[in-house]
Ligand binder design. Structure first.
Ligand SMILES: Cc1cc2nc3c(=O)[nH]c(=O)nc-3n(C[C@H](O)[C@H](O)[C@H](O)COP(=O)(O)O)c2cc1C
Length: 208
């Protein structure tokens, strides 16, 4: 690991962006940052014919991978699962010689229609978002990536009207920049269920 800035790859999965109030603005804001490459999976692969070699080259060329998506049935939109199934191949991501992703960082930046209080043991959804995204966390473990707990916008369908979208976007940009500039405390972040209200302690030099 060097001390140079990290390169970030954002894999964006949203099947109906024309109706997106939360994800699309977040994606557009992140796309303006230097050291960030954005990939709109539904736009690039409308028939799900994912170019495995191109996707693997993209992974090799970046240090941080962000899965950005709206939570669909407590999971990812289908194209992101397809991407994982095809791109994280034996001999590349795992198995004999499969060390290409070792040491890279994986983060899920999600939006959820449900309220924050619904995502806990006593709440309507019974599980936290980190618990629900365990298959991705364990995939990261298996393929040698460092998993960072999710960054989530809850109550996403009312976030804009309630004036919460702008602050979430600012926080997302701060988080991505801190990952790029190595100002984010990854080790400490792994103690938390989600990054949301922890950014002040996890991002070094963050000005409030
Ligand atoms: C097929 C489908 C499944 C969904 N499943 C969930 C879910 O499991 N949990 C949840 O909180 N919201 C769920 N939602 C709500 C979306 O997460 C919400 O519409 C999205 O975060 C809004 O983001 P956008 O404005 O970018 O579209 C679901 C929506 C759809 C269309």
């Amino acid at each position: 690991m060097t001390n140079t800035n990290r390169k970030v790859l954002i894999l964006f999965a949203h099947p109906s962006q024309g109706r997106s109030e939360a994800n699309y603005p977040l994606y557009r804001a992140a796309a303006t940052l230097s050291n960030v490459t954005v990939v709109d999976l539904y736009a690039e692969y409308p028939t799900y014919h994912i170019d495995i070699e191109r996707e693997q080259r993209r992974l090799l060329d970046h240090d941080v991978v962000i899965f950005q998506f709206p939570l669909f049935w407590y999971s990812t939109p289908s194209i992101l699962k397809e991407w994982m199934d095809l791109v994280l191949e034996y001999g590349f991501a795992y198995g004999e010689g499969g060390i290409a992703l070792h040491g890279k960082i994986l983060l899920c930046a999600i939006t959820a229609g449900g309220r924050e209080e619904a995502y806990c043991k006593q709440g309507m959804n019974h599980f936290t978002v980190r618990e629900l995204l365990r298959p991705i966390e364990q995939t990261a473990n298996l393929i040698g990536m460092t998993y960072v707990p999710p960054f989530a916008l809850f109550g996403s369908r009312s976030a804009r009207d309630e004036g919460r979208l702008n602050s979430h976007t600012t926080n997302y940009i701060d988080l991505v920049n801190a990952l790029i500039e190595r100002r984010f405390d990854i080790t400490k972040s792994r103690d938390y269920d989600k990054l949301n209200n922890k950014l002040d302690e996890l991002i070094m030099g963050r000005t409030l």
